[in-house]
Design a binder for this molecule. Structure first.
Ligand SMILES: *Cc1c(COP(=O)(O)O)cnc(C)c1O
Length: 426
């Protein structure tokens, strides 16, 4: 597969270069020159395919010209060691649970894929690769875990002091070996800026191979498309109109869903759900795209003021803003809306969950006619035994009488119990 830079479509590189460089030299993001469409029979077989079989076919279609079948199998098997179960929370509303990986973040999928792919591409290479990663929490944990002991790769995690959860800090500062964690006296944006500066430093780049494992890297971004297929496979068949609501920060996850759609997965709508860092929902609702400093919220993994994958969203629609706005609807939620019990002081902070919402859309046309009015209302439920389904900071809300039935949950655990602590890190 060939990749072009979003800054310059004429600049093209192969898979190895795109992965090792991370970002194009002109600061553009790499995008597949051609997105393959999967054959109709793949979609007929989809419900009966295992996650690994889905991975093999989807990654085969994308990377089949760059990797052997055996390499793709190794890659897929290494990545998909845990499932992404689809759980029905209300009739017709499902949650895709993406927190079953080793660090409980959906980023475990991308990080594991990325580390294995780098190891494959670097086999026989004498130079070491250094992966620089800025994190507000989840990324550092997933990348550190995914790259731990990967031969030929050293990881440096930059994280803002006091702004990541205790659990996450432990996850990436205690591994040692090829993982180095650096605490930065600043906020996430400062960490991100330091990483960008390093990439722009020609002298530094001459001395070492520097790359990133943020979702700007195609090796982190592309595998996220796999669980959209897996979600679809688990829906009751035949599947009607489907909308995926995606809790978003840097917009890699959402862009991967659109990639799946481009490969033929029949997704009707996407919902870009954010916290008050809402430059993308604002754009989708008609404003110009304007980066702003990030605002700290309780859903810290989504505190991004200048989402790096925005150019990818546009590129996936060939630069057509109207087409993008027609398929992707934007909504945002503040902290009290995200976690009413948190605002009421009933429970702790730091709620998040690695989950994407898959919703079945019964009233597609309604959404179309009334993109905002008929949509979200909160889905916060205290289950039996104090189980909370639906924190996560990017909850779409399900309205009384909302014919659209777009909804969400992302989080299951017992309030105060061990799993609650595991997820929330306090
Ligand atoms: C990373 C992360 C997000 C944001 O995902 P993007 O792909 O950057 O949009 C949202 N929620 C959780 C829990 C995350 O870890």
């Amino acid at each position: 597969m060939q990749f072009y830079s979003t800054q310059n479509p004429a600049h093209r590189v192969g898979l190895k270069e795109a992965v090792i460089q991370g970002l194009a030299p002109d600061q553009g993001l790499y995008m597949p020159v051609e997105i393959p469409t999967l054959p109709a029979d793949f979609f007929q077989r989809l419900p009966s395919l295992s996650f690994a079989e889905i991975g093999q076919e989807v990654i085969g279609a994308l990377f089949g010209d760059s990797l052997s079948e055996a390499e793709i199998r190794e890659l897929v098997e290494h990545t998909l060691q845990f499932d992404a179960p689809l759980v029905e929370v209300e009739p017709g509303i499902y949650s895709l649970e993406l927190f079953h990986g080793p660090t409980l973040a959906f980023k475990d999928f991308g990080a594991r894929f990325c580390s294995k792919l780098m190891a494959l591409l670097l086999a026989g290479e004498s130079r070491k690769v250094r992966v620089l990663v800025a994190t507000s929490g989840d990324t550092g944990s997933a990348v550190a875990n995914g790259f731990y002991r990967t031969p030929g790769v050293e990881v440096v995690v930059l994280y803002p002091r006091g702004k990541v959860s205790v659990l996450q800090e432990k996850q990436f500062t205690t591994l040692g070996e090829n993982i180095v964690a650096l605490e930065v006296d600043g906020v996430f944006d400062d960490c991100q800026r330091l990483v960008k500066e390093a990439f722009l430093d020609a002298e530094l780049r001459e001395q070492m191979l520097l790359t990133s494992a943020n979702s700007i890297n195609v090796a982190r971004w592309i595998p996220q498309a796999l669980y959209y297929f897996r979600a679809f496979a688990q829906l009751p068949q035949p599947v009607g109109d489907v909308a995926f609501s995606v809790p978003s920060g840097n917009f890699g996850n959402l862009a991967a869903g659109i990639l799946a759609a481009r490969m033929g997965l029949p997704i009707r709508y996407f919902v870009a759900a954010t916290n008050v860092n809402k430059v993308v929902p604002d754009f989708l609702n008609g404003a110009d795209f304007q980066q702003v400093p990030s605002v700290q919220t309780i859903s810290n993994s989504m505190d991004v003021g200048n989402p790096s994958n925005f150019s990818r969203l546009l590129a996936l629609y060939g630069g057509d803003e109207k087409a993008l706005r027609a398929q992707v609807k934007g909504f945002y939620f503040d902290d009290p809306e995200t976690a009413p019990f948190h605002a009421a002081g009933a429970s702790g902070a730091g709620l998040y969950a690695g989950s994407t919402w898959c919703s079945r859309l019964y009233g597609g046309e309604k959404l179309h006619q009334n993109p905002i009015g008929s949509l979200p209302r909160c889905l916060f439920r205290d289950g039996p035994s104090g189980e909370i389904s639906g924190c996560g900071g990017r909850n779409l809300r399900l309205g009384a009488g909302a014919a659209g039935a777009l909804g969400s949950i992302s989080f299951r655990g017992e309030k105060g119990g061990p799993s609650w602590q595991r997820f929330c890190g306090f």
